[in-house]
Design a protein around this ligand. Structure first.
Ligand code: GGG
Length: 367
């Protein structure tokens, strides 16, 4: 087994971020020797923690450190302490700036319903069971980055503007990635838009259709976001890969958390490079990994947060950035085992603490 050293910039962030990233870090440090790898962590600040320390949600130093790393692992940003801030002063803008600076246009959010958690979803077991889909969210365009984005007060009163721009290039590259990922799954892409109303969605649908013509072996369907959001919880097994713009992707993947039993279960990878070349393997690429959930300030510091979204995120890191697919498989199997043995945090109907569930996964990943 070769000895490989991987440098990870760790940005725990705010709220439950430090608690869940600590469990995932402990897991990586524990499995490293078994897979001939060494994970070296360099810690930095982002979000509210960075505002408190440096007066800004993200410094250039953290961007430079990210560029010097093999991967970035992030917890969560935001919280009520910074709710009075606006625009680029807000904690969330640090995360947006980081994604943009690193060119991470593709956010992969897999949603898997573990058998042991079918009863944790409010949906009927026959609806949630076996659902396994991948949301591919465009991450560096759309409303999140369009300008102007501002507030002003004039004779008509208070006014706020956001702008929703997309170019054909931005749409083409994310939809193309979705097709390549679908080729490794069940060969179906559902492109979600609002083409009956929005000009950007009409362009989206046009470009997605053109991309689809290059993949005759993959089925493409178009769906309006309103119908898609209903279908997602009524017939989730109809979906394989969903591809959509930034805001729709954020909302739909949070909705999909209901299928998995809790938003706390969902991991994510943000990438700019090539997708895997064959199932379970990649030409290693740089990426940012983070649980889909936010900072959950209401439960922060109490040991109640679910660490599995963070743990499954480092499993994606092993797979996509480090080429350690076997180790990633072992972690996913350990999560499945721990859940099957009944270990659950409060959000998925149990009483285990963050640290207890993290330890159960660690023990099984090393077995
Ligand atoms: N771990 C994800 C997180 O902290 N999300 C907070 C947030 O504001 N995210 C913005 C977005 O993903 O759209």
């Amino acid at each position: 087994m070769s000895d490989r050293t991987f440098h990870i910039l760790l940005l725990p962030g705010d709220g439950v971020g430090p608690e869940v990233t600590a469990e995932a870090r402990a897991l990586l440090e524990a499995v490293g020797p078994a897979v001939g790898a060494r994970f070296v962590f360099n810690e930095g600040l982002i979000g509210g923690a960075a505002i408190d320390a440096y007066g800004t949600p993200l410094r250039d130093e953290e961007i430079d450190a990210a560029l010097a790393s093999d991967a970035v692992f992030l917890g969560a940003v935001g919280g009520p302490a910074w709710d009075n801030l606006r625009g680029e002063a807000r904690p969330e803008s640090g995360l947006l700036r980081l994604r943009k600076a690193l060119g991470l246009f593709a956010n992969l959010r897999p949603v898997r319903v573990f058998d042991a958690l079918v009863d944790a979803s409010p949906l009927k077991p026959q609806i949630a069971r076996g659902a396994d889909l991948l949301v591919v969210r465009e991450l560096t365009g759309g409303l999140y980055f369009g300008r102007p984005s501002e507030r002003r007060t004039d004779e008509a009163g208070r006014r706020a503007i956001d702008t929703l721009p997309y170019t054909d290039h931005e749409i083409e590259r994310i939809v193309d990635l979705a097709f390549r990922l679908a080729r490794q799954r069940r060969r179906k892409v559902t492109s979600i838009d609002k083409a009956n109303v929005l000009a950007t969605s009409q362009l989206w649908r046009e470009v997605a259709t053109e991309v689809g013509e290059r993949y005759p072996d993959v089925t493409l369907e178009h769906m309006l976001v309103d119908a898609g959001s209903m279908r997602l919880i009524a017939r989730p097994r109809d979906f394989d890969v969903l591809v959509t713009e930034n805001l729709f992707g954020d909302i739909l993947s949070d909705e999909a958390g209901v299928l998995a039993g809790s938003l706390g279960m969902l991991p994510s990878a943000s990438l700019h490079g090539e997708p895997p070349t064959r199932p379970g393997t990649v030409a290693p690429m740089f990426g940012l990994y983070e649980p889909v959930h936010g900072s959950a300030p209401d439960i922060a510091g109490q040991g109640l947060a679910n660490p599995l979204g963070a743990i499954l995120s480092v499993s994606m890191m092993l797979r996509f950035s480090f080429g350690l697919a076997d180790a990633a498989d072992a972690i996913e199997a350990a999560v499945e085992d721990a859940l099957a043995a009944g270990y659950r945090t409060r959000d998925i109907g149990g009483t285990a603490t963050t640290a207890e569930l993290g330890a159960q996964v660690r023990e099984r990943a090393l077995a």
